[in-house]
Design a protein around this ligand. Structure first.
Ligand code: IVH
Length: 669
């Protein structure tokens, strides 16, 4: 082995070790900078010496942006589900069944039931070779590339006492904090929110772009080993050994030697699970001995040697007093149940979301009903059922309103959507106010000092009807109003004036065009350069832009086709807003990349990946995510995926460095 190869191996080993310390043991031994330095060295060496490429190198944890298709794979052992129990009596019945069948001493392992999406990992000679989703239990999707991005799953095992071939199963989870950040981001981008971390985890695992999966920071807990040569006859012992091979095994796993021990486990975790970083929905009890498991066997669907005990979803019963309907800035009408206040997992609940008409119908709700309210994995409490036995007098059946509660316009329902909409975007007050609030928000025009109460006041007083009216407000208009002193009036006027400098892409976002979030606005601004060009763009021209599909194109076209848009845009232009890219940005634009398709891979030093994407568009090129025969350049940064490199080389695609790219567009560093 030469020196380079030895160094590569050494770095991989060290980085694997640090990943394990950080992600599995939560006990890093070096700081992030040092880690990044080692990683950068490995990336550089691998790039310079592609002959030593290894699909298990820690460098492949960043994923790549190939559009992968998932192949279906048959499970070597079917992935079964567990029988569910909800009461202590059912747990006792399980214990007694086991006792009667075995007629010998046994112990039970208590574990948490993680609420994510299940995965089966196959390791051969200590290396992860395949990761498959549950699917229908018999066949699942091969999601190996995505699973490799999960840092707590070892790609190469530690030590040497693992079987040559085995499977390990567990749950892939999205931690609560990641889930909340992701949803906040999706809200900004006007993308549909994930209902709970489980949906977010399974949705993420099925993404075609593993680089995006890597950015979602999934986690995994493993709880079940399968194979011919497992080290011992004891489930818990085996998993403890697996922890030594580098897997993350839950600390909660406990041996219970009696039914009382099982109850104590339930009592403890029913309370303490609330402090865990990930969602759990119950407990799993498994007979510890593999020999005894085999003896007990399986029913058609589930093992006789294990059961799940589901936590009581925190639920309360309360009276439904009325339904209110809220109209959002897009006109969507959301039904909200007003309830008698009730305690539910530490907070008082007075309102619950009813989501949409279909849900109201399926619940057959009547005013005065006693309803079940739950706080599941979801953030907003929801109504899950009606206690029909408690119905004393049947109140009025709940029918979704047919007219807008704010402006009286008949509601409409668009094909394929569950929501009812108020189509009166011109004069319906909450839609107007909602658009103004979006316009002034921090990420849009960032007009400080104007909150939703002030907007409401100005609107009621007839001072503003649309966003353009903001620019004709005068200090004297405001100062005379209740609670607004001279100083705050001046501040508001100054903040409005300052917003004239907000760059075009943010103005575009501020307009509140449906499906045009921050990222899309940036792409459109770069591709078209001005509001007039964007307004004139055809559907074909719009979908030419990277990541703009027919849905967004349709929405942009509809916005500019609307009779009032031209007048509004005209007034905003007159008010001095930036309706095109700045002269400086425009001057930078060239057509040096006209007709070129550029794929970006890896990380860079002079600009971020997003900046490079913008630069490609500003210079007339197109940025795509995967290498194909149509690719003109592969812009290669550090830590480029080896597969991408190989494909580009095979197809004879020109691979350029960051500096070469900047030279190409005339921006030598
Ligand atoms: S054992 C044959 N252990 O619950 C037994 N499953 O309803 C295989 N789950 O599909 C499963 N935590 O996704 C087991 N500690 C745990 C678990 C667990 C969560 C999930 C798993 C499985 C489902 C069974």
């Amino acid at each position: 082995m030469n020196e380079t190869e030895a160094r590569i191996r050494q770095l991989r080993k060290e980085l694997d070790e640090h990943n394990h310390n950080y992600y599995v043991l939560n006990a890093p031994t070096i700081d992030d900078r040092e880690f990044d330095r080692l990683m950068a060295e490995l990336q550089r060496l691998e790039e310079e010496n592609p002959q030593y490429a290894d699909p298990h190198s820690p460098t492949c944890r960043v994923g790549n942006d190939h559009n992968q298709a998932f192949t279906q794979v048959a499970h070597r052992y079917p992935m079964l589900s567990l029988g569910n129990t909800y009461t202590r009596e059912e747990v006792a019945a399980f214990y007694e069944r086991v006792q009667t069948s075995l007629q010998e001493p046994f112990s039970i392992v208590g574990e948490l039931k993680y609420d994510g999406t299940s995965i089966s990992l196959t390791y051969e000679h200590g290396r992860l070779v395949q990761a498959v989703t549950r699917g229908d239990g018999v066949r699942g999707d091969d999601v190996t590339e995505n699973v490799k991005t999960i840092r707590s799953i070892p790609l190469v095992l530690r030590g040497d006492n693992y079987p040559d071939l085995f499977e390990i199963r567990g749950e892939i989870l999205m931690p609560w904090t990641v889930f909340e950040q992701l949803n906040a981001e999706r809200e900004r981008e006007e993308e549909p929110l994930f209902a709970n971390p489980r949906n977010a985890a399974s949705g993420t695992l099925k993404l075609q772009n593993s680089a995006v999966v890597a950015s979602r920071r999934l986690d995994a807990y493993l709880y079940y080993l399968l194979g011919e040569n497992l080290p011992t006859d004891d489930h818990l012992e085996n998993l403890r050994m697996a922890a030594g091979w580098g897997f993350r095994i839950s600390d909660a796993m406990t041996r219970c030697r009696s039914l009382e021990g099982m109850y104590a486990f339930i009592d403890y975790w029913d309370v303490n699970r609330k402090n865990l970083p990930v969602a759990t929905d119950g407990i799993v009890f498994k007979v510890a001995s593999l020999r005894q498991q085999k003896f007990l066997g399986y029913t058609a669907k589930s093992p006789r040697w294990a059961i799940a005990y589901k936590f009581q979803a925190e639920r309360a019963v309360t009276r439904l007093n009325s339904i209110s309907y809220q109209v959002g800035r897009t006109g969507a009408v959301t039904p909200v149940a007003n309830l008698d206040p009730v305690q539910l997992s530490g907070t008082v609940v007075k309102r619950a979301s009813l989501h949409n008409d279909d849900i109201i119908q399926s619940l057959d709700l009547h005013i005065g009903d006693f309803v079940y309210v739950e706080k599941g994995g979801e953030i907003i409490p929801k109504i899950t059922g009606v206690d029909t036995d408690a119905r004393l007098l049947v109140g009025e059946k709940v029918h979704f309103i047919t007219r807008c509660p704010e402006c009286g316009t008949p509601l409409v329902r668009y094909e394929g959507e569950a929501a009812w909409y108020c189509p009166n975007d011109e004069t319906c007050p909450p839609q107007i106010k909602g658009r103004i609030e979006h316009f002034i928000s921090r990420r849009a025009m960032n007009i400080d000092g104007l909150g939703s109460e002030t907007v409401d006041l100005f609107y009621r007083l007839g001072l503003i009807h649309d966003v353009a009216d903001l620019y004709s407000l005068r200090e004297s208009d405001i100062a005379s109003l209740d609670r607004q002193g001279d100083k705050s009036a001046r501040n508001i006027i100054e903040a409005i004036a300052a917003s004239r400098e907000v760059p075009f892409e943010r103005v575009l976002f501020a307009l509140g065009i449906r499906f045009v979030g921050e990222t899309v606005a940036k792409k459109l601004a770069n591709a078209f350069g001005s509001i007039d060009k964007l307004a004139a763009a055809t559907e074909e021209e719009l979908v030419q832009v990277d990541e703009i599909g027919v849905r967004i194109a349709g929405s942009v076209r509809a916005y500019f086709a609307h009779p009032s848009t031209a007048a509004l845009v005209g007034r905003l232009k007159e008010a001095g807003l930036q309706m095109e890219l700045s002269a400086e940005r425009l001057a930078r634009r060239t057509d040096r990349l006209q007709g070129a398709t550029v794929v970006i891979s890896g990380t860079f030093t002079h600009h971020s990946r997003d900046e490079y994407k913008s630069l490609i568009e500003e210079h007339g090129g197109k940025n795509t995510s995967s290498v194909s025969a149509k690719t003109t350049y592969l812009l290669a940064g550090e830590n480029m995926g080896p597969a991408k490199l190989e494909k580009a080389t095979k197809l004879g695609i020109k691979i350029i460095t960051e500096d070469e790219f900047l030279q190409l567009i005339g921006q030598e560093q």
